[in-house]
Design a protein around this ligand. Structure first.
Ligand SMILES: [Zn+2]
Length: 262
């Protein structure tokens, strides 16, 4: 049977277009102009120690991911203006925590409220700098977020802390890959033992707040993982190793993308 050439070409174009759109949908890649990429690069070069440790190729990956997040997340100012810097500061921690993984969108967390200072929680009346609601909202106070990035070694980083909560919640609540669930459960099993030690008042590398719950321990562990990786590795080597498996990064060796992952 003779091949209808124009029809064949049309079919190929159609299949290629569908494949491209599907890949775009899966990875949520947004097109970034060269000018914007330069602007974002310049911003992170002067604000993120983590970014400055990446090689050129990984910096491009960081910029692309940050840009895609700013395009797809709803970042809402609560009494403050959300400018370019605020947007990129807000997504930086999320890009950092998920950098070794293919999936950097936390499906259930699509909205981020940003505040010009600490804010009063409407239900408890307490002052907060940040929180993660399991129904899909992340709240952050901008000054505390900036403070976290300005001192990259004091193991206090609001952005990393809150994104760690959201990341953990996403893995446990969604049908994530079994690999991630398995790796997280191994981290949480160690966390449970360590929480017990902190509660007993034993001296610990983590601040006492980490003893509040396994979830808080995990968030503090992520702060240590990025801001004091060598210290964490020497104090809690098994926890450190399990975190490298979960996040596919090894910051103690300045490796931020260990191996290709599914
Ligand atoms: Zn917390």
């Amino acid at each position: 049977m003779p091949v209808n050439e124009p029809l064949f070409i049309l079919m190929v174009i159609f299949i290629l277009s569908v494949t491209f759109l599907m890949a775009r949908g899966i990875y949520r890649l947004s097109y970034i102009s060269k000018a914007e990429a330069r602007r974002v690069h310049s911003f992170y070069s002067s604000h993120s120690t983590y970014y400055n440790k990446l090689n050129k190729k990984l910096q491009q990956r960081f910029v692309q991911r940050a840009f895609s997040l700013t395009q797809n997340l709803k970042i809402v100012g609560r009494g403050t203006r959300v400018n370019h810097s605020v947007k990129y500061m807000v997504v930086a921690a999320l890009v950092q925590v998920t950098f070794g993984l293919n999936s950097y969108f936390l499906k259930s967390f699509r909205t981020i409220f940003v505040y010009p200072s600490s804010y009063r929680h409407p239900h408890t009346g307490n002052m907060h700098d940040g929180e993660v609601h399991p129904d899909g909202l992340i709240c952050l106070s901008i000054p505390q977020l900036v403070k976290g990035f300005n001192n990259p070694t004091d193991v206090l980083n609001l952005g990393l802390h809150e994104m760690a909560h959201a990341f953990m919640h996403s893995i446990l609540s969604k049908k994530n890959s079994n690999t991630l669930v398995g790796a997280l459960n191994e981290v949480l099993a160690i966390s449970e033992v360590e929480v017990g030690k902190i509660k007993e008042g034993q001296p610990h590398i983590f601040r006492s707040y980490a003893g509040e719950s396994v979830s808080e321990f995990f968030a503090v562990a992520i702060e240590h993982f990025f801001e004091n990786p060598q210290g964490l590795q020497s104090s809690l080597p098994l926890l450190y190793t399990k975190l490298t498996v979960l996040l596919n990064q090894d910051p103690a060796r300045n490796v931020f993308y260990l191996r290709k992952v599914k």
